[in-house]
Write a protein that binds this ligand. Structure first.
Ligand code: FES
Length: 67
């Protein structure tokens, strides 16, 4: 089994840590990574679905899991 962790960053991207393949709706590979991919969560990136750092000082996205 492959270990993959999705880390939700306060005011930032989703960090997919571990080997992964990112595919579009048609099944085409968008990105392959052996270690980490940062997915935009703010909607401001010019390189969606990847984070390009545009969230910095422009996104308030803290998630608090339900109790
Ligand atoms: S989360 Fe980084 S640009 Fe959107």
């Amino acid at each position: 089994m492959t270990d993959v962790t999705v880390n939700i960053r306060d005011d930032g991207p989703l960090l997919v840590q571990g080997p992964c393949v990112l595919k579009d709706q048609a099944g085409n590979t968008v990105k392959e990574s052996d270690n980490m991919v940062a997915l935009c969560r703010c909607g401001l990136s010019n390189t969606k679905p990847m984070c390009d750092g545009s969230h910095t000082d422009n996104f308030d996205g803290t998630l608090n899991p339900p109790d």
